[in-house]
Design a protein around this ligand. Sequence first.
Ligand code: ATP
Ligand code: BTN
Length: 324
Amino acid sequence: MGTASFSLLRMLADGGLHSGERLGRALGLSRSGLWNLIRRIEASGLRVLKVRGRGYRLAEALDLFELDALAAGLKKISPELCIEVLDECPSTNTVLAERAAAGAPHGTVLACEYQSAGRGRRGHSWVSAVGGSVAFSILWRFPRGAGALGGLSLAAAVGAAKALERLGTQGVAVKWPNDLYCEGRKLGGILIESSGAIVGPSAAIVGVGINVRLGAHARDRIGVPATDIASHCEATPSRTTVLVAALESIAGVLARFSREGFAPFREEWLQRHAWTGRRVALSQAGRRVAEGKVVGVAEDGALMLASVGGIERFHIGELSLRPE
Ligand code: ATP
Ligand code: BTN
């Protein structure tokens, strides 16, 4: 959408009426320049109402990050984390990976108001809504090798689930290996991208996407049944509150995972696992590689399936799990 669009959105975010003349003056724009910016904002799925002779307002107030509250919240929870919030970026994982390669320190967090080309596993895309999603990535450096990070996406999902539960979200469930669900619909996802030698040290970019409030425009773009915190919570928390709570919980999980691996999170993961006992099929690159009944997960995060040949373990890789 561009920096100028976000400057305008900050002025309109309160949902009140703002004179076009004042908005144009504050942004150094002509009437047609302002109008072009408004059209760009509308293309992102937000509705801007024009009140003849009086100005513009958003159809609904917009929940943008409150940077002071964010800084204060983070200072309280973790001296290890250092956050930057961008207006817009293609993918917080991609940008943070570039910074990590250039030497960004452990604990660097990158969040953005709008992620335009978010990524899921296996080249899938992740959709964000302006003012309705939380998307961020954390750079964590581990003394262990990348080979020991197998259960990391499961541990991070436990951290995210606990944060959302503390904020009052009902029925949060996890799905192997990286998803958060609520009532059978996807609420969020984790994308881990690691680098380094198998035996260590290593670094991981832990990317987290959470739907806070999805409008029709975002749901259309997602194309599969998705859900948001607002649908499972009596009072929807602000995006700032969700971001601080998720960072606090996930940073705690990462610190413990670094020392002890996935084992201490296994029980908490299984308690939230919606698919235990379910018959599933595992596939890779569109080809079915196994089928059976989900028994649970092992201490290293491997999926355990009971099939005719006994109990088999599957490591994350590029595998995809579907109900039969
Ligand atoms: P797997 O079970 O293998 O993880 P998946 O379908 O969950 O498969 P992912 O790569 O984990 O795939 O997640 C990306 C998928 O999530 C996209 O292909 C899309 O279907 C869905 N998706 C994209 N954006 C959102 C969103 N904001 N909320 C919910 N689901 C989304
Ligand atoms: C999935 O379900 O496959 C994972 C989705 C992960 C989305 C988050 S949003 C922040 C970070 N940046 C990305 O491009 N992806 C992750």
